[in-house]
Design a protein around this ligand. Sequence first.
Ligand SMILES: [Ca+2]
Ligand SMILES: [Ca+2]
Length: 401
Amino acid sequence: MLDDITLTDCAEADVPAGSDELSCDFEKDTCAWYDDLSAKLTWQRADGKKPSADQGPGHDHTTGSGYYMFITPTWNSKPPETARLVSFPQKSKCVSFWYLMYGANIGSLRFITKQSDGTQSLIWMRTGTQGNKWRFVDLSFADIKEPIQFMFEGTLEGTDGYIAIDDVQVSSSVNGSCPAERECTFQGSLCGFQPDPTTDFTWSRTKGELVTDTPSPSVDHTLGTDKGFYMSAQLWQHPSDSRGSMVTNIHQPTLGHGECWMFWYHMDGRNVGSLNIYVQDLNSTRPQVPLWSMSGDQGEQWRHGRVSVISPHSPYKVIFEAVAGSEERKDIAIDDLTVLNDPCPPDGFCDFEIDMCGWVNAYVNTSSIEWSWTSGISAVSFDPEVDHTTNTAMGEYMCST
Ligand SMILES: [Ca+2]
Ligand SMILES: [Ca+2]
């Protein structure tokens, strides 16, 4: 059995054979991932063929009836309780995985890296229910030179629900870059975004604690803290009507019905300017096609945006462009970009299956009504038992408590 392993000043040969086997569907074992036995909880490997109430979601991601890793509260849980699944130090640059987090106040799932000097970095985090479905994350560590350890840290806060992971992929980069990311928090990297040199300025990856006393957001959207990174056009540095663009990596052709790009944006300042999104078809000499645009003050908060990209015959890039307005104190920022293999729902329609579609709780007075993202399985009594979209207890709906 292994326990809280820390390796310092190791030669590569000191790491056990097979320790780089981190791509894992958990069908036979946990590959080279090991549990931190100093933590209160351990990750369990569950069998999707024998689902039971205490076995997490009951279906894996690989085949629907295979194995996955999960944690769930038990009758004698004393939250918060944390479990950690850890890798040996290695040099892989690209990580992706599927996760499922479900249940009222279930807790949080974090992806953390640990350097040989013990420094830990929080790369990715989700808190609270994310709906009863498997969700995809990919991360890249292109800037990292020394071997690092990867860690899945799940913390249970509630009394029902589960946190599960499956189909972890860990690989080297190809020509220095990972496959174009489908989910980006900007916590560990630029996610392949590159400046467009034909525009007037470039965006910056920054965080609240680096931009105090500026109009840039004081907290990011992912973590909600001044330690969380986002992309900012830093418009207060740029004259009116100047423009700066960021271009994504090349994305492979979409399915015929397209895919949905979802993101969070922050536009603060009365004449802040505009945020424009374009798609560039790489097999065509046509100019960029405008997809989405927003102008003017959207308040001091993160707002949700989404846009459908349909490019079934050609690889493509997406361009985010900020155009500076006349206001002095102004900025435009984006965070938490997610690409789904489905078209976006129509405007004005929100089935709450994916998220809250940009609806935010408005605190008008001291009344304690708050909408929470829930479903029948985790709902308290007096809430509807099924939602309208899927007509099952697994669908999400909004209720006030
Ligand atoms: Ca599996
Ligand atoms: Ca972020």
